[in-house]
Design a protein around this ligand. Structure first.
Ligand SMILES: Cc1cc2nc3c(=O)[nH]c(=O)nc-3n(C[C@H](O)[C@H](O)[C@H](O)COP(=O)(O)OP(=O)(O)OC[C@H]3O[C@@H](n4cnc5c(N)ncnc54)[C@H](O)[C@@H]3O)c2cc1C
Length: 385
C-alpha cells in the first residue's frame, strides 16, 4: 500500500525549495539560457542545501534524504529552470548514484564525499557517437595490456558524446568494454578524475533546450587509470548502469512535472489577463478545456512519479514504474508546454514569455536517459515477457 500524502518534513522541504528556486534560481534563468551560460554561481548555495548529495547519508556529506525528496526537489527547480534541474538530476542520479551504489568503501571516501558536498560536479558517460539507445554496442575499450598490467593499470581508448557536465565535472564515471567478445556482459564502469592525462574534453554542444547545462563530448586517448578505479564487479558495469538509469528516470519524470506545472501556472495567469472579443480568453471554453487537460494530466503524472519514487524508497522493484512515470510525464510535459504556447498566442512564440523556454526544455525529457520509444520497449517487455 502506497501513501501519497507528503509528510510534514516533505511539505516543508517543498516550500523551502520553492522559495529558494524563486529567489535564487529563477532570476537570470532566461539570460543564462540565451547565452548558454553554466550557473557556476548557484553551485555553492545549492551545495549548502545538500542538493548535490540529496540521497547520500549525512556521514558521507549528503542530505540523508531519498528518492521521494529528490522528486520534490527536481520538480521545484525545473519549475523555474530546466538547465539547473538537469545539473542536479544528472549529478545525483548518475555519477554520484553509481559511485554510492556500486563503489567500495575507499571509493566512497575519495569520490562520494566531495561529490555529495558539491565540491566537485559529476558526469556519467555512457552514450557514444555510434551507440545511443543501443548503449551496449559501445566502442570505448578498457584494456590491461602487458605494459599497463605490470603497473596495475587500465588503459581506456574511445569517445563519448552528449555528456552532461562533460566539460565542468571534477569526477567522471565512464562505461567501457572490458571484453570485446561480449555485448552487455563485457562492460565495466571506471571512475576517472579530471586532469588525468588522456582525458580530453571535446565539443561543447549548443542546444535547443536546457541550454545553460553543460553537454560535451569526451575523448580518451590512452587514458591510464589505476586498477582500484574499477567500480563494482568486472564486466558487470552495464547491468549496474541499467539500475542507475531506472533511478534517473524518476528524476527526469519529476523535471517533466516541473515544466508542465510552469506551463499550467503561466497559462492560468495569462488567460485571466489577456482580453479578446471584449472578454478574457479564459472565458472561452476551448481555453478552459486546454487548462483542464493540463491540470488533470499533471496530477496523473505526479502520482506516477511519486509511486515510482516510493517503490524505490521501500526497496521494492521500481523498474517498470520508473519507465511508466518517465514516459507519461515526459509526453505530458510536451503536450502541456505546447498548449501553453498556444494559449499565449504570438507572445508565446517570443523570448519574453517563458513558456517558449519550458517548451524547448521539456523536449529533453522525451530523449535523455532512454527515449520514449525505449520506455515503451521496457514496458512492453514487462507486459509480454
Ligand atoms: C541534453 C542531453 C544530455 C544528455 N546527457 C547524457 C549523459 O549525461 N550521459 C550519457 O551517457 N548520455 C547522455 N545523453 C544522451 C542520451 O541518453 C541519448 O541521446 C539517448 O539515449 C538517445 O540516444 P541517441 O541520441 O544516440 O539516439 P538514437 O539511439 O540514435 O535514437 C534515434 C531515434 O531512434 C529511436 N530508436 C532507437 N532504437 C529504437 C528501437 N529499438 N525501437 C524504436 N525506436 C528506436 C529513438 O527512440 C530515437 O527516436 C544526453 C542527451 C541529451 C540530449
Amino acid at each position: 500500500m502506497i501513501d501519497f500524502e507528503l509528510t510534514e518534513a516533505q511539505q516543508l522541504l517543498r516550500q523551502m525549495l520553492r522559495d529558494f528556486a524563486l529567489q535564487e534560481i529563477a532570476p537570470g534563468a532566461m539570460a543564462r539560457d540565451e547565452a548558454a551560460t553554466f550557473p557556476h554561481a548557484l553551485i555553492p548555495p545549492m551545495a549548502a542545501l545538500k542538493l548535490f548529495g540529496i540521497a547520500i547519508p549525512e556521514a558521507l556529506g549528503g542530505g540523508g534524504m531519498a528518492a521521494m525528496e529528490t522528486a520534490i526537489i527536481l520538480e521545484e527547480i525545473a519549475r523555474v529552470d530546466g538547465a539547473t534541474a538537469l545539473i542536479v538530476a544528472s549529478h545525483n542520479a548518475l555519477c554520484l548514484g553509481h559511485l554510492y551504489r556500486f563503489g567500495n568503501t575507499d571509493q566512497k571516501k575519495r569520490f562520494v564525499v566531495p561529490l555529495a558536498k558539491g565540491e566537485k560536479l559529476g558526469a556519467w558517460a555512457l552514450t557514444e557517437p555510434e551507440s545511443g539507445s543501443d548503449a551496449a554496442a559501445m566502442q570505448t575499450t578498457a584494456v590491461r595490456t602487458t605494459a599497463v598490467r605490470k603497473k596495475g593499470e587500465w588503459m581506456i581508448n574511445g569517445s563519448k558524446q552528449f555528456i552532461t557536465q562533460g566539460s565542468t565535472a571534477g569526477i567522471y564515471v565512464i562505461l567501457a568494454k572490458t571484453d570485446r567478445n561480449k555485448a552487455s556482459k563485457g562492460i565495466s564502469a571506471f571512475v576517472v578524475e579530471r586532469d588525468t592525462p588522456g582525458l580530453v574534453i571535446g565539443k561543447v554542444e549548443n542546444k535547443l533546450g536546457v541550454r545553460a547545462s553543460d553537454t560535451a563530448a569526451l575523448h580518451f586517448d590512452q587514458l591510464r587509470i589505476p586498477s582500484e578505479n574499477l567500480i563494482g564487479t568486472l564486466h558487470h558495469g552495464f547491468q549496474d548502469a541499467l539500475q542507475i538509469l531506472d533511478g534517473g528516470r524518476i528524476g527526469i519524470g519529476a523535471m517533466a512535472i516541473g515544466f508542465a506545472r510552469g506551463a499550467l501556472e503561466d497559462s492560468i495567469r495569462y488567460a485571466g489577463t489577456r482580453q479578446q472579443f471584449g472578454r478574457s480568453i479564459s472565458a472561452f471554453q476551448s481555453t478552459q478545456s486546454k487548462l483542464s487537460d493540463m491540470a488533470t494530466e499533471l496530477e496523473a503524472a505526479r502520482l506516477l512519479v511519486y509511486r515510482a519514487a516510493l517503490l524505490k524508497d521501500q526497496n521494492k522493484s521500481f523498474h517498470l514504474a520508473a519507465s511508466e512515470a518517465k514516459l507519461f510525464a515526459s509526453e505530458l510535459a510536451m503536450r502541456a508546454t505546447n498548449q501553453a504556447l498556444q494559449i499565449h498566442g504570438g507572445l508565446g512564440f517570443m523570448k519574453e514569455a517563458e513558456v517558449e523556454r519550458y517548451f524547448r526544455d521539456a523536449k529533453l525529457c522525451e530523449i535523455g536517459e532512454g527515449s520514449s520509444e525505449i520506455q515503451r520497449m521496457v514496458i512492453a517487455k514487462a507486459l509480454l515477457g
